[in-house]
Design a binder for this molecule. Structure first.
Ligand SMILES: Nc1ncnc2c1ncn2[C@@H]1O[C@H](COP(=O)(O)OP(=O)(O)O)[C@@H](O)[C@H]1O
Ligand SMILES: [Mg+2]
Length: 303
């Protein structure tokens, strides 16, 4: 087998075997082996999910680190690029973002449901870590923090368990590729076989909402997008309950929403301490303000 490196396309490689050529995506990273194993594991878990992730084609030793070769997602565009094009306000912008959000949530749900056996697991451990981060957040006032701690502890008493199964673990917009109504998930380095199912959709919604803030969409409109997407997620879950499948109810999703906002707020505050460019810092400050505002709003609404 021969590998042809095409210098025009940085990550695009061509494998040639007996005159047949296949294009593939190449990625050099210290965790290539882990990602390769995760992709192989996914491929062997169920044939129903193969259209959602790249097929692993090989792992090559290079002088730097291992090179992971995987199926090239041809004509797909990553969600980050799609969203950047929505910088100019137009009449349909909000609706377009909502439609994209629903499309991703629908496909993510299908991937998680068809991957492997879903079971229940205790949510206490992960939540305790989030509570530790909450204590360190500067932007939230002490009464709001006390309120959140009380709310999270109450939730843990009422709903100690949530559904576990496949979790991608890093569903930012750069790791989601779209081609019309097809959705493809890449970058499986942080995959968990035994993760909480609510983690991915809640993280995805939070990332999407943060991109909306970045696009200068008003807080009121961003809240509306967020609400519609959580309602959609809840409806999907209710649909599954009616079919007798394991599902996470609204209380668990509310806890997931709260956790992902706290985690994001914690990360963004940490980034403010780095000497980043002023444009980036302005953006982060707007995102932090939105998160603070929406966490306080959630507390009032969920009372
Ligand atoms: N299989 C693939 N086919 C085509 N493009 C890909 C593929 N995998 C990743 N990409 C593109 O390359 C970018 C970086 O790849 P990714 O696996 O996310 O690496 P990183 O770990 O550096 O985030 C993605 O945002 C996506 O646009
Ligand atoms: Mg990535």
């Amino acid at each position: 087998m021969k590998i042809i490196i095409n210098s025009d396309f940085r990550d695009l490689f061509c494998l040639e075997h007996k005159r047949a050529q296949i294009y593939c995506f190449g990625k050099l990273s210290p965790s290539s082996a882990r990602e390769y194993n995760n992709l192989i594991f996914l491929e062997n878990s169920s044939s129903k999910i193969n259209s959602f992730f790249p097929k692993a084609l090989g792992l090559l030793n290079t002088s730097h680190s291992l090179l992971l070769l995987s199926e090239y997602a041809e004509s797909f565009t990553n969600l980050s690029v799609i969203l950047s094009k929505l910088i100019f306000p137009d009449r349909n912008r909000t609706q377009k973002i909502i439609n994209i959000g629903k499309l991703v949530l629908r496909n993510l749900n299908s991937l998680q449901r068809h991957s492997f056996e879903i079971h229940l697991g205790s949510i206490e451990k992960g939540t305790v870590e989030t509570l530790e981060k909450l204590k360190e957040i500067r932007k939230l006032s002490d009464p709001i923090k006390q309120n959140l701690i009380k709310k999270i502890n109450n939730s843990l008493n009422i709903i100690p368990h949530a559904s576990k199964g496949l979790s991608h673990g890093d569903l930012g917009s750069r790791n989601i590729l779209l081609k019309k109504s097809k959705v493809f998930f890449v970058d499986w380095e942080y995959m968990k076989k035994d993760g909480f199912l609510f983690y991915d959709p809640c993280t995805f919604i939070t990332y999407l909402v943060m991109r909306c803030v970045q696009l200068h969409i008003s807080s009121k409109e961003v809240c509306c997008i967020e609400k519609i997407l959580y309602n959609y997620l809840n409806e999907t879950q209710n649909g599954l309950a009616k079919q007798g499948q394991l599902y996470d109810n609204e209380d668990i999703l509310n806890l997931g929403k709260c956790n992902s906002k706290i985690e994001t707020l914690f990360e963004y505050e940490k980034q403010l301490k780095t000497g980043a460019l002023s444009n980036f810092l302005k953006q982060r400050k707007r995102q932090i303000s939105y998160l603070t505002y929406s966490i306080e709003k959630d507390i009032i609404e969920q009372r």
